[in-house]
Design a protein around this ligand. Structure first.
Ligand SMILES: Cc1ncc(C[n+]2csc(CCOP(=O)(O)OP(=O)(O)O)c2C)c(N)n1
Length: 974
């Protein structure tokens, strides 16, 4: 039996921290590889801090550094440690306002001093050159003086400009004058591109970026490339203008001011296609979305125009709510020089950045379906606004997924359309950091700032960022600094709030105009060719526009993996529909086999003694009593799916072990920390089980799993909240995607959300999964909400998700204390042949004719009532469990109540305060059940906790009192 090998952390060698290999003889390194020189030469700017600390150590104790260093430091003066001398990093130099004594040390020859000073200057430009780069097309950015970028700071004067300095290959020079060095630095680090990469810890990645930036080849763009860039700009600008003329004032969140995005995307897609990428998944906000749909995805112009005309889709085919045009996605195939690439833009709500984790989840699923193990076939591109990127916490939560084993997609390319404004808010009010992209430094992503009015630079850095992603499987960010030509939307006047900015914009030529002039001046294109490109596109726009009256909007129907899946969204649907019920029973022998396998560990595995005991007890009750507890039922449910060929992906905080130490889906060898996942060892040809301890984020992880489930209907995808109430951190994902994705966009999902719920004295939090909120979201058969009271019903609920022809998100209130309650067991027979999910569990322990009080309840409170009723030996109270709230099991309840005495009093009992829980949802529905029944009482009553602002009390004694009162009230017939 194979075990999962523990991955030992790799020891990383950081050359800059190896004091014993200073390699400080600059002139002795000519024959070394350039990388080695950069890495090992102590003069490499990155070593300045290190040298400084080494020197401090040397000053304290000369023997504490290696011999070579001792010799070197001694050579700086008269041979004894020089108390006043110090190697200072350029920024320290500036802040302390001193030129290092080192530079003035007369014992050093001029050439060495020059080299060191030049290298410190270079280092400063590498780190901070972007601060004076020409990034703002409007030129409104205030210019600051940065002393660390001034050669004078390093002791260079005018007289030094022409003197040759030994460079040993830095910036591509062997020797260069200060003037040449400065020119190169400014062209490299302060042009229309500013690069931030020195924060990256990994030296290979850092050097990779540095080399490419320092060796930028402008000439790589051919005449044809440049013409293509212009053509894309014409398409981008003229498309928006056409919409403005035809639909003046209609909201479209135009791309104007950021048109360079279109050639940038075109070039990376062409490059990706050539390199074997099969699928690109985009996530984008409102800004420029239509331009992307039209010019990048090649969604037909006539369909976009039809949406502007307000033409409805065929409600017979898709009766959903639909969504506004700038939220819609699309998915189409495109050919790039004979390479087919599937492009899709993910539907998203107005909530900025919410789509990010969904895109990543989709990518992960598609990579798995394609067996794209090296993440080279399916890639993701996320487009952001500057204010949203820095403002929405979900961005950081999603960025943090990028390097995690369970969520890795090989890196995402981020492009920020940085129009320097968020609606009416200026950057100083939207962020505390200098750049809107700064948060991406947390994941060590390189950041390429670029002036949007230089389309060639935008194309170049976007390709570079895409290359970085491909090379290192990591995220990269392009911050395209541009502007917004009009108001926030087309009906909005920006002059109220940004009069000066918009004065500048009014006279600022468009990117297309600037680039056209550039190409005409350089004779890369003729005026005739420009006119032809413009004319052809305009003709095409007009022809598409004329075709609108005959155009029928087709919903984006279920295709690919979804081909065999049906939709059900008829609110009147009754629950006897086989498409909803599915086939969930499993043979007893198979269950027994799965049970044995999940309770076994390989020989020699050192299982923790308490888990061993738990497994022994489970084995015993499985084999002798043929019974299972909750966790075991879950294992059997998942195990049965796995052996039937359905993969299972399960993620949540501490889900491997289970928050309540109940699951133990990942076992840890107590001596080696090797991991063993029993569910992956049920049988040889089973499907893959993945259980992932997620990062401590709800929104990004739930979003990711939802996204995954929308791309892979054949796997069971489960997200688990640590406690149900924490799901409110993902409310946005629940409202905008889980609950309404189907009706807005026809995007189905079979995602399961497990939400621990129950009143057990743990306080206002850790108690309620806010059932009421999920129930309020229920309509048009959009969700299924259950609160199962038996392990067997939970078993069937999970299997039902993927053993029927529809897909619906399933919300499960899951137990906590019930996990260890010995009443909460099911038999194998409850999961065996001829069984299925029970919508309602009737009380078969009572004589229905004797019943004076009929209690309807759900979940844990049933057991509290049951145990107390048994204790009091009450024969006239029946306990009927509602196992599924939605779709509401009306007929099942009518059937369940049919046998009871007509005078029975009907009460809905819940643990929650009556302003929470299921009461408001059940109230009128139960009334309708009672009206259809033989019972005299036609209005149900409710017994629950009194209305409350917090979900539960935090005072232990009060909880016990409240719970006793509740049970007492329910079981006391006046
Ligand atoms: C989560 C969220 N909060 C508020 C809004 C309202 N809103 C729409 S666009 C916008 C400004 C976004 O600015 P930015 O991210 O810079 O993108 P831009 O519109 O400038 O392209 C705001 C506040 C929203 N859509 N989503």
């Amino acid at each position: 039996m194979k075990r999962i090998k523990k991955i030992k952390p790799k020891r990383v060698v950081l050359p800059e921290l190896i004091g014993s290999s200073p390699g400080f003889d600059l002139r002795g390194k000519q024959d070394m590889q350039r990388e080695q020189v950069i890495e090992s030469s102590f003069l490499y700017g990155g070593n300045a801090v290190f040298i400084s600390s080494l020197y401090e150590a040397y000053l304290k104790n000369g023997q504490s550094v290696s011999k070579e260093w001792q010799q070197y430091f001694a050579s700086l003066n008269d041979g004894t440690p020089h108390q006043n001398s110090s190697f200072l990093f350029a920024e320290d130099v500036v802040s302390k306002g001193v030129i290092p004594i080192f530079f003035q040390d007369s014992s050093l020859d001029q050439a060495t001093v020059d080299s060191v000073r030049a290298l410190m200057l270079i280092r400063s430009y590498q780190v901070r050159g972007h601060l004076i780069a020409n990034l703002d097309p409007l030129g409104l950015e205030k210019r600051h003086y940065y002393p660390e970028l001034d050669p004078a700071t390093y002791g260079f004067g005018e007289k030094d400009f022409g003197r040759p300095i030994f460079m040993d290959g830095m910036l591509g020079y062997k020797t260069a004058t200060l003037q040449q060095i400065l020119q190169k630095l400014q062209a490299t680090y302060c042009s229309t591109v500013g690069v931030e990469f020195m924060h990256i810890q990994d030296s290979e990645q850092r050097i990779w970026v540095q080399e490419r930036v320092e060796n930028r080849q402008h000439s790589q763009l051919s005449r044809q490339d440049r013409q293509k860039i212009l053509q894309d700009l014409i398409h981008a600008e003229n498309f928006e203008k056409f919409l403005q003329v035809k639909y003046p004032g209609a909201k479209r969140f135009g791309l104007e001011g950021a048109e360079s995005l279109i050639p940038a995307l075109e070039f990376i897609l062409a490059q990706a296609a050539e390199r074997g990428v099969k699928e690109v998944i985009f996530g984008a906000a409102h800004r420029g979305r239509l331009a992307i749909l039209a010019n990048i995805l090649h969604k037909s112009m006539r369909s976009i125009f039809a949406e502007f005309h307000g033409i409805e889709h065929d409600l017979e085919v898709f009766p959903g709510s639909g969504d506004v045009k700038y939220h819609l996605g699309a998915s189409l195939d495109r050919q790039f020089e004979g390479h087919k690439v599937h492009l899709s833009l993910t539907h998203n709500p107005s909530h900025l950045e919410a789509v990010n984790p969904i895109v990543l989840g989709k990518i992960r699923a598609k990579q798995r379906l394609r067996q794209d193990h090296d993440h080279s076939q399916v890639i993701g591109i996320l487009l952001h606004g500057d204010a949203a990127f820095v403002g929405q916490g979900l961005v950081v939560e999603t960025l943090e997924l990028s390097g995690l084993q369970g969520y890795h997609t090989g890196g995402t390319l981020h492009i920020i359309i940085n129009n320097q404004i968020g609606f009416t808010t200026n950057p100083p009010h939207s962020r505390s950091s200098p750049y809107c992209s700064d948060i991406a430094k947390a994941i060590q992503a390189p950041i390429f700032h670029v002036n949007g009015d230089d389309p060639e630079a935008v194309v170049w850095v976007t390709q570079l960022a895409a290359d970085f992603r491909r090379q290192f499987s990591r995220d990269a960010v392009v911050d395209m600094v541009c502007y917004r030509r009009h108001g926030h939307n087309e009906g909005d006047d920006p002059v109220f709030t940004q009069p000066l900015m918009y004065k500048t914009i009014a006279t600022h030529p468009t990117t297309k105009e600037i680039y056209t002039k550039q190409l005409l001046d350089s004779e890369t294109i003729s005026m005739g060719e420009v006119e032809e490109l413009t004319h052809n596109f305009d003709q095409y726009l007009h022809a598409e526009f004329d075709a609108v009256p005959n155009y029928k909007i087709q919903p984006d129907w279920l295709e690919g993996e979804w081909k065999d899946i049906k939709t059900i969204n008829n609110p009147l649907e009754t629950y006897d529909n086989p498409d909803l019920i599915g086939h969930t029973a499993v043979d007893i022998d198979r269950l027994q086999h799965i049970g044995q396998m999940v309770l076994r560990v390989p020989e020699g595995f050192h299982l923790h003694h308490r888990i061993a005991k738990q497994f022994e007890s489970r084995t015993h009750i499985l084999e002798s009593d043929k019974r299972v507890d909750w966790a075991m039922a879950e294992s059997l449910s998942l195990g049965s799916l796995l052996v039937e060929g359905t993969a299972v992906r399960f993620s949540g905080q501490d889900s491997g072990r289970g928050t309540f130490s109940q699951r133990h889906a990942v076992l840890v060898d107590q001596e080696t920390e090797d991991k063993y996942v029993p569910l992956n060892h049920v049988q040889a040809d089973q499907a893959f089980f993945e259980v992932i301890d997620s990062p401590l984020s709800e929104a990004s992880v739930l979003g990711f799993e939802y996204g995954y489930s929308t791309a892979d209907p054949k796997s069971l995808v489960i997200w688990e909240a640590q406690f149900g109430d924490f799901a409110n951190g993902a409310q946005l994902i629940i409202d905008e995607f889980v609950a309404s994705g189907e009706t807005k966009w026809l995007r189905l999902s079979g995602l399961v959300m497990l939400l621990p719920h129950g009143y057990e004295g743990q306080g206002p939090d850790h108690t309620s999964a806010r059932l009421e909120r999920f129930l309020q979201l229920c309509a048009e058969t959009n969700l299924e909400v259950v609160n199962c009271s038996t392990p067997a019903n939970y078993f069937h609920a999970l299997r039902r998700q993927v053993r029927r022809s529809i897909r619906k998100p399933l919300i499960v209130m899951t137990p906590k204390s019930l996990l260890r309650n010995h009443f909460v067991v099911s038999t194998l027979a409850d999961m065996g042949p001829n069984t299925g999910f029970q919508l309602v569990i009737n009380d078969d322990t009572v004589d229905p004719n004797q019943i004076r009080r009929l209690i309807l309840c759900s979940g844990k409170v049933y057991y509290d009532l049951y145990q107390e009723r048994e204790k009091r030996q009450l024969m006239d109270i029946a306990l009927v469990r509602v196992e599924q709230f939605y779709p509401f099991p009306r007929q099942a309840l009518i059937d369940a109540l049919a046998a009871y005495h007509q005078n029975a009093e009907v009460i809905w009992c819940q643990e929650e305060p009556i302003n929470m829980g299921a009461w408001t949802f059940m109230d009128r529905r139960l009334e309708s059940v009672l009206e259809a029944s033989q019972l005299r009482q036609k209005r149900p009553k409710c017994i629950g906790r009194r209305p409350a602002a917090a979900a539960a009390t935090g005072v232990g004694g009060r909880h016990i009192r409240e719970q006793e009162q509740l049970i007492n009230e329910v079981l006391t017939i006046p």
